[in-house]
Design a protein around this ligand. Structure first.
Ligand code: WT7
Length: 648
């Protein structure tokens, strides 16, 4: 590992930070030595209806697995995001919203948000939604999406938010898995000047013969674009609201009652319904939001993630709102209509805290610094990065051009499964190194193991595991607890297996090296290669397919598909385009292959297992370092693939 430059903590930050380095070390020690005492105190940062007396009951033993936090306490997540702020902060802005078209702006105070949530919660009750029901939300980036989530939480319904980039087939699969009776959507969303036919996608999903569970579709009028209407099933959001009472008491939920489901891709099979519960998740989301972003009550906090991902759940909705923060919410993308949009929005709304993804930084960086010549940026204090490893060039650009060298960068490593940030610098405590997520958050015990599961000490590289539970951890895969145990706790018994590789350097800093399984990360979006392969082989002309990630300048990883066609089918450009459209239809635009290579044969072992390691190297154009091909049934397959790759 080459020597890395260390970035000091700016004195303006250090002087007012919530946590200094010495405090971090002391608190971290305490959190590991005495987790019950540590979390007993920190659990109090949220409001409980019945306070807990039990704190942590957890075991990562795959044969005897249990994860419970604060488990005799009761609370309500929506009350924690709303009601608790009404006494002192009723007029404080909760949401500043800016549309894809910057002329569209809306503000909501905490009291207005509270009122809308109560009304919509009553609307859901009027449609028969009850505690424990799963409600699907497929909406654009508008305040009503947050209203819908918090309304579910208020009445104890479990929300399942689906990112707007998923196709009707993907929506259908998630609705079926959750047996959802109600779907909440909007007529259309808007993104970079284009409309997204949300309601039409829902209609198509519901036309799927296996979707029998949905009784009602609630439709928010957003663009007033044309939509189809199904009488007796579809209801306008507005018409439900006008008759709904503004008072809605919140349900008393047990700490371990489910709060939401969120589907994410794994290395095998269909996407998993990650289930998060209420108490531990809320404590962890609120606490990490406060410490990682060194939250101050006058902050204007902007997380650019879509609410359909975990980042949107924990760091746009639950964490910041539990802390009474003012959030900026943007429909659309921060580099439209031009790369300067990001800077304009920061200046327009006096953003203090920006949390975004490396892929966005790389895409605006590619446009050149002059796009930021009018950018002031003096409101900014803290910059965050999430979703994939940030390359040092992008880190430095972020630091210099956006942060004007005055803002610490928190490179936060975590996962849908972890509910909140696990490895990260703290702005006032951690000197940073470009590309490193640095040190564990309180209560988190990362470790590195070799492929046999042996713990590696000191400076090392291997599989990243977590040795003990933290409150925000997922509790199960909805409807498939065995898969939960198998996926996360069987690989290295007694440890949570992250699926990521990592290095630890001489200072104990962690460097995430990327996935070690068959999951790829495309522009911060997580996809299973198996999912894309099964979409491809579902096409009538495709015999076999193997998908790998390859280095991509902007997206981090691109999708590279090797496709074997059925005998007699012609390998041509129109079919290639059709396959790309096909994957888009099956999964969604985010899974669209960047490159397809025809592969008359795939490299396989004698027992028929596809050797992906060769395919990854060929896709990455690393053909001089292919390694030993002698275990292949037919090593000449490799040469044939190299020849076609070189011609691409
Ligand atoms: C995977 C989880 C966590 C919210 C967004 C993604 C990668 C995430 C980082 C980071 C290096 C990162 C990992 C992880 N990842 N953050 N700061 N540095 N890699 O959530 O979709 O569940 O994906 O994203 O590979 O396993 P997700």
């Amino acid at each position: 590992m080459k020597a890395q430059s260390l970035y000091k903590i700016p004195s303006t930050i250090a002087d007012n930070a919530l946590v200094t380095d010495a405090q971090y070390k002391k608190m971290y020690q305490e959190s590991i030595i005495n987790p019950n005492g540590f979390w007993r105190e920190h659990g109090k940062r949220i409001d409980w209806i019945k306070p807990y007396s039990q704190i942590k009951k957890t075991s990562f033993d795959a044969h005897n697995l249990y994860i419970k936090w604060f488990y005799d306490g009761t609370l309500n997540a929506s009350a924690n995001c709303l009601d608790r702020h009404l006494q002192h902060d009723e007029h404080k802005l909760a949401i500043i919203w800016e549309g894809d078209d910057a002329n569209k702006q809306r503000n909501l105070t905490y009291s207005q948000l509270h009122q809308q949530v109560c009304q919509f919660a009553n609307a859901l009750l009027s449609q028969g939604v009850r505690r424990g029901n799963v409600v699907t939300i497929y909406m654009p980036m508008i305040p009503e999406t947050i209203v819908a989530m918090l309304a579910c939480a208020r009445i104890g319904a479990i929300h399942s938010v689906i990112f707007g980039g998923f196709s009707p087939d993907s929506i259908a699969a998630r609705i079926i898995d959750g047996a959802s009776k109600v779907v909440i959507t909007a007529d259309e969303g808007v993104r970079a000047g284009r409309t997204i036919p949300l309601k039409n996608n829902v209609d198509e999903a519901l036309a799927h013969p296996d979707v029998q569970c949905v009784e009602k579709v609630i439709v928010m009028k957003h663009t007033a674009g044309p939509i189809n209407w199904v009488n007796d099933r579809d209801i306008w959001w507005e018409s439900l609201i006008t008759t709904a009472s503004k008072h809605c008491p919140f349900e008393e939920m047990a700490a371990e009652d489910p709060l939401f489901l969120l589907y994410t891709s794994g290395s095998t099979g269909s996407p998993k319904g990650v289930l998060h519960t209420t108490g531990g998740y809320m404590v962890y989301a609120a606490m990490t939001h406060e410490y990682v972003f060194d939250y101050k009550k006058d902050d204007i906090y902007w997380c650019t993630a879509d609410v359909g991902w975990i980042t949107g759940h924990s760091y746009m909705v639950y964490g910041p709102l539990a802390n009474g923060a003012t959030i900026l919410m943007h429909e659309g993308v921060p580099n439209y209509p031009s790369p300067s949009r990001l800077g304009e929005m920061i200046d327009r709304h006096k953003v203090t805290t920006l949390y975004t993804a490396p892929t966005l930084i790389r895409s605006i960086m590619a446009e050149g610094k002059d796009k930021f010549s009018h950018f002031d940026g003096c409101s900014l204090r803290i910059l965050g990065s999430v979703g994939e490893p940030i390359n040092p060039e992008a880190w430095r650009w972020y630091h210099e051009v956006i942060g004007k060298q005055a803002c610490p960068i928190v490179d936060t490593w975590w996962q849908t499964e972890t509910g909140g940030i696990l490895i990260t610098p703290l702005p006032g405590a951690t000197e940073t190194k470009p590309g490193s997520a640095t040190r564990p958050f309180f209560g988190v015990q990362p470790a590195i193991v070799d492929n046999q599961g042996t713990l590696l000490e000191g400076k090392s590289e291997g599989n990243l595991v977590i040795l003990d539970s933290w409150p925000g951890q997922m509790r199960t895969i909805y409807g498939d607890h065995d898969r939960f145990i198998l996926t996360y706790f069987k690989t290295f018994n007694g440890m949570y297996c992250t699926g990521d590789g990592a290095k630890r350097d001489e200072d104990g800093y962690y460097w995430i090296t990327g996935r070690v399984d068959d999951v790829i990360n495309v522009a911060g979006h997580r996809l299973g290669t198996a999912e894309i392969e099964s979409a491809l082989v579902a096409h009538p002309h495709v015999a076999e397919a193997a998908v790998v990630g390859y280095p991509h300048d902007i997206k981090g990883q691109g999708i590279y598909a090797y496709v074997t066609l059925n005998t007699g089918v012609k390998e041509d450009e129109p079919l290639m385009q059709e396959l790309i459209r096909w994957v888009r239809k099956e999964i969604g635009s985010i899974a669209s292959p960047d490159l397809i290579q025809w592969a008359p044969d795939l490299p396989k072992t004698r027992s028929g297992k596809i050797m992906r390691r060769f395919l990854r190297k060929i896709a990455a154009n690393e053909i001089t370092q292919l390694g030993d091909a002698s275990t292949l049934a037919d090593p000449s397959v490799i040469d044939a693939l190299i020849v076609t790759r070189l011609n691409k």
